[in-house]
Design a protein around this ligand. Sequence first.
Ligand code: IPD
Ligand code: CA
Ligand code: CA
Length: 264
Amino acid sequence: MQSLTSGLLDSVRQAGALIREAWRTPSTVQHKGRIDLVTETDLAVEAALKVSLAQVYPGAAFLAEESAEDLDRAALLAGPCWVIDPLDGTTNFAHRLPFVAVSVGLWTGTGVDLAAVYNPMLDDMFHAVRGGGAFRNGAPMAVSAARQLQDSLVCTGFPYASADDPALAARIAAWIQRMLAATRGLRRYGAASLDLAYVAAGHYEAFYELGLKPWDVAAGWLLVEEAGGTVSPILEDTAYSLDSPSILATNGRVHQAMLDQLRA
Ligand code: IPD
Ligand code: CA
Ligand code: CA
């Protein structure tokens, strides 16, 4: 695991350098959907990660955002598989807001056992090893100790689909209203992997979002659990999985109170 971890961290750092280099020149932005963007940097980072990670774990499969269409996910996830978001926070990147990350989780058939989330603009590296703890820039990190929602800073995200789905937008708006009343404040930073890393690091007591994809959450899920937090779906009474249609990640202490608010 030690050499896998250092190989992953090296790969993710190199990938992050590509984002840093691209920062100074204008990007070519293409639309995957009306507001869902992709740039040449998303594609270049993904390609670079596939080359470097193939050397770190020969034979492991890839489930990577920009090349995930038409793949048989169940078959990929039957064995070891790198789950990759090459550039999480593409809209932030397009607007040069420095809340962007490279996110990579190693799925081993039953769960994510190794994870890294790296913000190259802040040179901030988060990683976790199943059973081995969670770390920020090499130092152990843990979720916050807050117990009350009124002492909690909460983060959320808005799925691209909410722009064209009034019922979804209404649910999101109702939740915002509840959060404003019940918590210390609500944030929307625009990179789900970093949002999860910030729960793991104790900045946020909770993060929730609907409609995230496996590559948005694979790494952050392990970060939160290894930092002592709790991850579950919001509305479903099932264990969290990569395919869960919703996510609530907390410091554990405010988990039930968040569920009560979001399910009310
Ligand atoms: C998006 C970001 C954003 C979240 C969206 C994601 P992308 O990922 O994580 O915070 O709200 O749901 O799709 O497109 O920037 O990789
Ligand atoms: Ca993403
Ligand atoms: Ca992305």
